[in-house]
Design a protein around this ligand. Structure first.
Ligand code: FMN
Length: 352
């Protein structure tokens, strides 16, 4: 059952049907600098993530594990991550913890990407119901499985609502996150899965999360993916998912929301489809950017390393054209915000 779900997610997420709404990153207009006073070759995209140097502030998003196909995808992504020196998340590791034969599909990441920072992954609905002792064991096992530099916990209430076999159990999550922060030896990342994190939630996560990944709306929609999975057996759930399919905080707005309330580093994700989108996200104050679906598609076609090179090239060009020699300068680049984003920020009292 869980294996079938993992493969359904891979197939549905890689089709255009799953890409819903807008990230609003096109509402961030970076100002062209006709006098960059740099050569393109002078542009340095390097960054540091969890104490390790990486080639650009980009992270391969959390996706999969648990099936033969997932193993192939993870191995390809890990090889590309190691080659291009970028960090990588894995998908939820519950399946690897409860099914020992599924472990290999995660362990390939450790084998193929020994030197880059890797991020383990568990879901909020699981952590909310595990007794503390068992939770710590699961978290430690997830970290050890891939030799992770951090553990990510995903908050996915909208996905769980529309998943036919979903577990919308979100009571107690904050207390469990606090417990993990206290007991776990690696940093804690809290992320969404494509509906975004607000400033109210970001405020609650101060002192608990080390890093927040906003995972806003405008890219892969798990409301749509789960709705489509429900279509035959639960037609009413599919119909409701159609009503909710644009639900969520557009990524550009989510970056500003989290940045205004959270004291730690912020990862921008959700509908980021190029290095230019990444540059826009960094100019809003994000420290890193991440994408999932484009890397999934690239891995399925065995061109993950090319996809990463392309993102780095696009980022370099955007930096050159705003006259930014490094990532810090890019973050300070002048920009103009479009009307939807500006109105959102005004109504929310956020300066971004
Ligand atoms: C096939 C697939 C599986 C995913 N599984 C997970 C998961 O297990 N854990 C998680 O935290 N996020 C998961 N995600 C969500 C992504 O990490 C990301 O937040 C979301 O896809 C939005 O980014 P995108 O628009 O670049 O795809 C998955 C995404 C895809 C495409």
């Amino acid at each position: 059952m869980i294996d079938k779900r993992k493969n359904d997610h891979i197939f549905l997420a890689s089709s255009p049907e799953s890409q819903i709404g807008e990230s609003w990153l096109d509402e961030v207009i970076l100002i062209h600098k006709a006098l960059p006073e740099l050569d393109l070759d002078d542009v340095d995209t390097k960054a540091v993530f969890l104490g390790r140097e990486i080639s650009m502030p980009f992270i391969i998003g959390a996706m999969t594990g648990g099936t033969e196909l997932a193993e192939k995808i993870n191995a390809r992504l890990a090889k590309a991550a190691e080659e291009l020196r970028v960090p990588m998340y894995v998908g939820s590791q519950r399946i690897g913890i409860i099914k020992p034969e599924a472990r290999q599909s995660f362990e390939v990441v450790k084998a193929n990407a020994p030197s880059i920072p890797k991020i383990a992954n568990l879901g909020a609905p699981q952590i909310s119901r595990l007794p503390d002792e068992q939770l710590l064991r699961w978290a430690e096992e997830a970290v050890a499985m891939i030799d992770a530099a951090a553990l990510a916990v995903h908050l996915n209430p909208a996905q769980e609502v529309f998943q036919p076999e979903g577990e919308p159990y979100f009571r107690n999550v904050l207390a469990k996150l606090r417990f993990l922060k206290k007991e776990l030896k690696v940093p804690l990342i809290v992320k969404e899965v494509g509906n975004g994190i607000s400033m109210e939630v970001a405020k609650l996560l101060n002192g608990i999360a080390d890093i927040i990944d906003v995972a806003g709306a405008g890219g892969t929609s798990f409301i749509t993916i789960e709705g489509l999975r429900a279509k035959e057996a639960r037609p009413e759930l599919y119909e409701i998912s159609e009503e909710f399919k644009t639900w969520g905080i557009p990524t550009a707005a989510a970056i500003c929301e989290v940045k205004s309330a959270f004291k730690g580093p912020v990862i921008a994700s959700g509908g980021i489809r190029s290095g230019l989108d990444g540059a826009r996200a960094l100019s809003l104050g994000a420290d890193y950017f991440s994408a999932s679906q484009p890397l999934l598609k690239a891995a399925l076609e065995d061109r993950a390393a090319q996809a990463l090179s392309r993102i780095r090239q696009e980022l370099s060009i955007a930096m050159f054209l705003v006259g930014a020699a490094d990532i810090n300068e890019l973050k300070k680049a002048p920009k103009v915000l479009g009307p939807r984003l500006e109105s959102w920020l005004r109504q929310r009292g956020i300066i971004c």
